[in-house]
Design a protein around this ligand. Sequence first.
Ligand code: COA
Length: 151
Amino acid sequence: MIVRKFQPTDLKRVFEIESMSFNQSYGINMFQQLHDMGVGFLVAEKDGYVVGYVLFWIKYENQGHIISIAVDKNYRRRGYGTQLLVKAISILSLLHLDTIYLEVNENNRGAVEFYEQFSFKQDRVVPGYYENGDGAIVMYLKLEGGKISRK
Ligand SMILES: CC(C)(COP(=O)(O)OP(=O)(O)OC[C@H]1O[C@@H](n2cnc3c(N)ncnc32)[C@H](O)[C@@H]1OP(=O)(O)O)[C@@H](O)C(=O)NCCC(=O)NCCS
């Protein structure tokens, strides 16, 4: 398995993974636009097949933000999400940021547990954050010297 930079030829596959993973979609054009804007965009590849992606950027001067992460449902619980998240955090750590944060659907307990494995903490709930009315849990990770470990 490798984690590498997104290439435009990955677009269709990334959109497929997003569509099977979330009720609310960024849409294929938004992925292209985010890439063109220069956000961090990595994919995980297994035997040449893209099985997951992560998008991240610096939203504020000292805060990184995980925009989206997903793994094909047929490839979950095999460590791909871990590889993607660890690589994104490693890159953001190099930029001397204080914190990384993200939003996760309050009903997505699996993802909350996933982030907690990397010591993300729950900060607050933003009611009605998603189009269907679901709230988002804002989670954050304090970066301490770039060390990233799973519990
Ligand atoms: C969240 C997601 C990216 C995790 O990807 P993954 O490749 O399955 O994650 P990993 O295999 O690296 O999991 C690492 C650990 O996180 C925890 N974890 C992951 N998914 C979990 C789940 N559904 N329930 C509970 N714990 C979970 C486990 O501790 C797991 O270790 P284990 O398998 O040894 O028990 C994936 O489930 C996914 O794409 N979900 C849909 C999209 C999504 O919810 N994205 C995040 C929302 S912001």
